[in-house]
Design a protein around this ligand. Structure first.
Ligand SMILES: Cc1cc2nc3c(=O)[nH]c(=O)nc-3n(C[C@H](O)[C@H](O)[C@H](O)COP(=O)(O)OP(=O)(O)OC[C@H]3O[C@@H](n4cnc5c(N)ncnc54)[C@H](O)[C@@H]3O)c2cc1C
Length: 466
């Protein structure tokens, strides 16, 4: 029997972000169990051209910067802050585990091991069993249930002789059989489908040889409005102020997103189609330009079956050239579990507590755990936000986000931590804006002045929808 204060299940971004804050703020002993042999969770199985969707500055654990805050010099992200590749994310988490968490002496790591509950851990390789005595709490850092194309079983069937691969298999296939397929069809229009579309076009596949199954169009956050760094502070804050004003004045979700699109905060692929999806995906205008080269977008619902002559869709048959290569991008990156209390019965279940920011959210939850408060008081400090699915969900996440932000700003320990937090990025800069003649002052005023009407309007629109 080995004694530990905390057991963390999952050595992905969430588990490591919680561990990092517990190590920084306490002397607690921590065991981290993961069935993978390397830290980094789903990044271990990502496609080879994957990158973060947001700047590296906002990702990873609190105490260690990811990347070097460089700005890209070329490509569709030119001029903007770097976004780590999948391999860079994995190297980073390996470094965090070895040189920081394990080096602290507070952490024991059980890689390649299953957790069975009640402190029971089994090594997948040797079968060795370890019994842990958990003195304080278990952190279930698996709740997001991240799924990736490589491990996903598609919901549609297909005939023998049809060709279906995952994004992970693209490079190898092209290397082996460059000329083999008459056309390529991307199945799924989430961020993975977009990544694949950009990758194919960038690698020279003409847009008229690509088809794209898009069950729903998506609203996408414009990456230019989500940049860290002093040089982008005003433009990033202006986007936040625009959002607050739009939330105060919008008459519906459609109206809200129209306003945000006109202000350059939100983007969509086709301005003639009203998107029905919003998943916090982030994109650049350069990527949108590339994706618009894809000629054939199939908006006929979901694929039910792939046959040699084409697709059976929710909405009828769609002919495809014989010998089409289908790329399955239909895995949903996260499982939409219900929000549950984060602190409950000796279990901490990290969820999103700041809009679309899993790493910051996990670090914040780690910090709240270190406060001398009851579970009920801790839960008051971090209401979990739903993962958005439709444009209308923007309202409820904006409201919960504001409520969390409000209680954090009223709790001195949390406020101080946020002022220092690298993952937070903005609290300190905002506090430094004290000159009433500074342009940033007026922007922040617009943001603050619109907040009460935004809250009232959101509540009204949510009641109307209920
Ligand atoms: C392609 C892609 C790009 C993304 N880009 C961004 C981005 O730019 N910014 C951002 O903030 N988010 C991004 N995300 C969101 C992503 O979900 C989070 O960033 C984060 O990586 C999720 O981490 P996690 O720890 O919750 O899950 P995971 O990475 O899935 O880790 C969970 C771990 O738990 C382990 N585990 C589960 N059950 C058990 C068990 N019983 N016993 C032992 N181990 C177990 C698994 O092996 C796994 O390693 C992206 C997601 C994807 C798919």
């Amino acid at each position: 029997m080995q004694d530990v204060d905390y057991l963390i299940i999952g050595a992905g971004a969430v588990g490591l972000a919680v561990a990092d804050v517990l190590v920084a703020e306490t002397d607690a002993s921590i065991a981290i169990v993961d069935r993978n042999e390397q830290p980094g969770g789903h990044w271990n199985f990502a496609y080879d051209f994957v990158r973060l969707h947001q700047p590296s500055e906002f990702y990873g654990v609190e105490s260690r910067r990811l990347g070097a805050a460089r700005r890209d010099a070329s490509g569709w992200n030119a001029g903007y802050f770097e976004m780590a590749s999948g391999q860079e994310v994995l190297d980073y988490f390996d470094h965090v585990m070895r040189d920081h968490l394990l080096a602290s002496g507070q952490v024991r790591y059980f890689p390649g091991s299953d957790y069975h509950g009640e402190g029971r851990v089994t090594s997948r390789q040797t079968g060795a069993k370890t019994q842990l005595n958990i003195r304080r709490k278990t952190v279930d850092a698996t709740y997001f249930g991240t799924t990736i194309p490589a491990h996903h079983t598609p919901a549609f069937g297909r005939d023998d002789g049809t060709h279906l691969i995952t994004p992970n298999q693209i490079s190898a296939l092209w290397a082996e059989q460059p000329e083999r397929f008459a056309s390529v069809c991307i199945v799924g229009a989430g961020k993975t489908g977009m990544d694949v579309g950009v990758h194919l076009i960038e690698n020279g596949l003409p847009g008229d040889q690509i088809a794209w199954v898009m069950p729903r169009d998506s609203w996408l956050m414009n990456r230019t409005t989500l940049q860290p760094g002093a040089e982008f502070f005003e433009s990033t804050m202006r986007a936040q102020a625009v959002q607050m004003q739009a939330l105060a004045e919008a008459r519906s979700a459609e109206d809200l997103f129209d306003r945000l699109e006109r202000a350059g905060v939100m983007l969509r692929l086709d301005p003639s189609v009203e998107p029905e999806m919003y998943h916090c995906a982030i994109i650049s205008e350069g990527e949108i330009d590339l994706l618009r080269q894809i000629d054939r977008v199939i908006r006929r619902g979901h694929v039910q079956h792939i046959s040699n002559s084409g697709l059976r869709m929710d909405d009828g048959l769609v002919e495809m050239p014989e010998n089409t290569l289908y790329i399955d991008c239909s895995a949903s990156a996260v499982t939409r579990h219900p929000q549950i209390p984060i602190f409950q019965d000796s279990t901490i279940t990290p969820q999103i507590v700041r809009t679309c920011q899993p790493a910051f959210s996990a670090a914040m939850i780690g910090l709240i755990e270190t406060l001398d408060l009851s579970d009920a008081e801790k839960n008051e400090l971090c209401r979990p936000l739903p993962l958005p699915d439709t444009p209308h969900d923007f309202f409820s996440i904006a409201l919960s986000n504001m409520m969390n932000q409000y209680v954090w700003s009223r709790t001195p320990t949390i406020k101080d931590w946020m002022m220092r937090s690298r993952l937070d990025g903005f609290s300190q800069r905002i506090a430094e804006v004290t000159d009433p003649d500074a342009p940033a002052y007026a922007i922040l005023n617009t943001f603050r002045q619109n907040m009460p009407s935004a809250i009232a309007n959101i509540q009204k629109l949510m009641r109307k929808q209920a």
